[in-house]
Ligand binder design. Structure first.
Ligand SMILES: Cc1ncc(COP(=O)(O)O)c(C=O)c1O
Length: 397
């Protein structure tokens, strides 16, 4: 039987094999050090957990409107005003099952078959697949190392065609941790205006920024950018709430209406209890958040210090999120114990087998001469893991 061609065209996550192998080794009692985490290692703050418990005891256990509780939408509007100087009304907000579902909704609500979406390389793994699921075509925008892999208008122009419908922006970026500054955003916004493109701005790492950097939402630059931007955000990374599955998007009323209509048939509302928890997250005290950011910054600094001591390794210095991309090109096209190491997947596989360190191969993000290390893990693990990587490098070259 011919199953769905569209589903068959979806690339399974390249990171899955490494993660599965690392988990298998761990379950056998092997001391595996993992740099794979895509989520904070902190627990959700106590006040948020208490709000969820209270919601359940108060009987808030029923359906809500498909696009989310009005009270949460209003809270999100206040957040946009306070943090991003953006004015939205509740009917421009949709609450979805993670930022991931917001993105899926956006592509389904805006793309027609064959419409192209510009996606910068390196990219978060799900963007191209979500575009394909919505019958769109992902078009990769090659970026330059000297620009810290941020795209410029010149890069965008090379990928532009008459079918381009939207461009994707992710700042702070996963996997590089780089941040787009105001002058760069202004150029991107005027490019989008000139070619009448939608801007899909994934700002999920907005709060996780360091070195006194400032996050600017492209939607806040001017009226035109506001009209053509769909802002994606959520509570997963900021409030250590990845498992609660709650993201939100802000867009024009017409796009929000379409997204809500799609979601009403796909999943209905986000878990009601998680919605009450999110109200507390967005309105409650921010000490836990500030402590987490401080800790991430310390770990990032320590990881950079350790990585810079490694031979023939360079990094993309991150100002945000909790990842560091490490260039391993000097160690590719080598052989170790009869195994060839020609790309990031080989490197990650042999590193795991030999030194029991799990890293994410850059191939999954479109940068095959890099590996991604997450510092959402303890200082001890950072110390041990990078020492093991150092041992590995000296063995293979
Ligand atoms: C860039 C980016 N966008 C969106 C998401 C999805 O977040 P959520 O957990 O809210 O679905 C992630 C999660 O890893 C991410 O890295």
């Amino acid at each position: 039987m011919q199953l769905s061609k569209k589903a068959g065209n979806i690339t399974p996550s390249i990171t899955l094999a490494i993660t599965a192998k690392a988990n298998e080794l761990k379950s056998q009692g092997v001391d595996v050090v993992s740099f794979g985490a895509g989520e904070p290692d902190f627990n959700t703050p106590e006040n948020i957990i208490q709000a969820a418990i209270k919601a359940m005891y108060d009987g808030k256990t029923k359906y809500t409107p498909a696009g989310g509780l009005l009270e949460l939408k209003t809270t999100i509007c206040s957040k946009f005003k306070k943090d991003n100087n953006l004015d939205y009304k509740p009917n421009q907000i949709i609450i979805s099952t993670g930022a991931k579902q917001c993105l899926a909704n956006v592509f389904m609500a805006t793309l027609n078959p064959g419409d192209e979406v510009l996606i910068p390389v390196p990219y978060w793994v799900s963007y191209p697949e979500l575009v394909k699921l919505a019958d769109g075509v992902p078009v990769f925008v090659e970026t330059l190392k000297e620009n810290n892999y941020k795209y410029t208008v010149a890069d965008l122009e090379k990928a532009l065609t008459s079918k381009t419908k939207a461009l994707l922006l992710n700042s702070p970026n996963n996997p590089t941790g780089t941040i787009y500054h105001e002058e760069e955003l202004l150029e991107i916004a005027s490019f989008a205006k000139e070619h009448d493109l939608l801007i899909i701005s994934d700002e999920i790492y907005e709060k996780l920024i360091y070195d006194g950097e400032k996050h600017i939402s492209i939607a806040a630059l001017n009226e035109d950018a506001y009209e053509r931007t769909i802002v994606i955000n959520g509570v997963s990374k900021t409030y250590a709430m990845t498992g609660w599955r709650l993201g939100y998007a802000a867009a024009s009323e017409s796009i929000t209406k379409l997204m809500t209509s799609i979601q009403s048939h796909m999943t209905s509302n986000v878990n009601t209890i998680a919605q009450y928890a999110a109200i507390e997250a967005l309105n409650g005290p921010i000490e836990d958040l500030n402590n987490m950011i401080k800790e991430f910054e310390n770990r990032r600094n320590f990881m950079i210090y350790k990585l810079e001591k490694l031979n023939e390794i360079s990094i993309i210095k991150p100002n945000g999120a909790f990842y560091i991309m490490v260039n391993i090109s000097s160690y590719l096209n080598t052989t170790f114990k009869d195994q060839t190491i020609n790309n990031s997947v080989d490197f990650a596989k042999v590193l795991l087998e030999e030194e029991k360190v799990a890293v994410i191969p850059g191939a999954g993000f479109g940068l095959d001469d890099y590996i991604r290390l997450s510092y959402a893990t303890s200082m001890d693990i950072i110390e041990t893991g990078i020492d093991r990587i150092s041992t590995f490098l000296s063995k293979i070259k």
